[in-house]
Design a protein around this ligand. Structure first.
Ligand code: NAD
Length: 245
């Protein structure tokens, strides 16, 4: 495994353009449950049954109770070594872009700035009447569902299943994947589109694609290197080799 780490470190040293895609697994070591692990379930509901516009239209209070539970899990969490290494890579690689599917805000907290939060941020809410977006960090929420100053209900400013991503974010993410020398896919089950297509696009355009995950995923057969294990363990080892070389 050490030689696989050294090989990636060597490539990172000479790369000009690196894209990293992260998913819920990168925050698992910060204590935030992934969707597909047993802890991802809340009161026997599947996230796919709650993170939808239909679920919110049917029962906004239920959806907000779930988000309130998730916010309580995320609020005390700190970035882990994986978040920190990704923030450092931004300083080392000339053209680095981090694309996350996570809504927990931990990459920003770790210092990443060249960052696309594809699915939004759990600490932002959007007024259903005015469309205004603003920060709300109240934990736990005192009013469910929470309200805007105008009296209208707000929703989490996140992208739900069946909703479209920002056109601008999507274009930027795909353009970066198309021109990347190295594409790292970290802690994602590679099931949620369109993020799951990014490593495939990068591979088609000639990037070296490496995956970090404790288990194989649907894209494992396509990647150049599958590093099996926890992101918070593997990324610091790669960075340490890179800094010594
Ligand atoms: P997912 O739950 O489908 O998959 C998580 C992946 O991480 C799995 O493949 C798992 O094997 C891997 N993993 C677990 N521990 C790991 C570790 N220590 N290091 C590396 N990998 C590890 O999550 P997903 O692919 O991100 O997609 C589902 C959706 O989940 C996304 O839309 C995302 O917005 C949402 N989500 C976000 C958070 C968060 O913001 N922290 C948490 C749960 C779900």
């Amino acid at each position: 495994m050490d030689s696989a780490f050294a090989a990636i470190a060597e490539r990172l040293k000479t790369a000009t353009s690196v894209v990293a895609l992260t998913g819920a697994g990168v925050s698992a070591e910060s204590g935030i449950p992934t969707f597909r692990g047993p802890e991802g379930l809340w009161q026997h509901y599947k996230p796919e049954d709650l993170a939808t516009p239909q679920a919110f239209a049917r029962d906004p209070r239920l959806v907000w109770e779930w988000y309130d539970w998730r916010r309580q899990k995320i609020a005390p969490a700190s970035p882990n070594p994986a978040h920190e290494v990704l923030a450092q890579l931004e300083q080392i690689v000339p053209d680095f872009l981090l694309i996350t599917q996570n809504i927990d805000g931990l990459h920003r907290l770790a210092g990443s700035r060249r960052l696309i939060e594809m699915h939004g941020c759990i600490w932002q809410v959007r007024c259903l009447t005015e469309g205004t977006v603003y920060e709300n960090r109240e934990v736990p929420l005192s009013l469910l569902p929470p309200q805007c100053a105008c009296g209208s209900m707000v929703r989490p400013d996140v992208v739900w299943f069946g909703e479209s991503l920002s056109v601008e974010d999507q274009a930027r993410a795909f353009a970066a994947a198309e021109s990347a020398d190295i594409f790292l896919t970290i802690g994602t089950s590679a099931l949620v589109q369109p993020a799951a297509s990014l490593p495939i696009v990068a591979k088609d355009r000639g990037a070296f694609v490496a995956e970090i995950n404790p288990v194989p995923t649907p894209i494992t057969p396509l990647v150049d290197s599958h590093l099996q294990g926890a992101a918070g363990v593997i990324l610091p080892q790669i960075l340490s080799i890179l800094l010594k070389s």
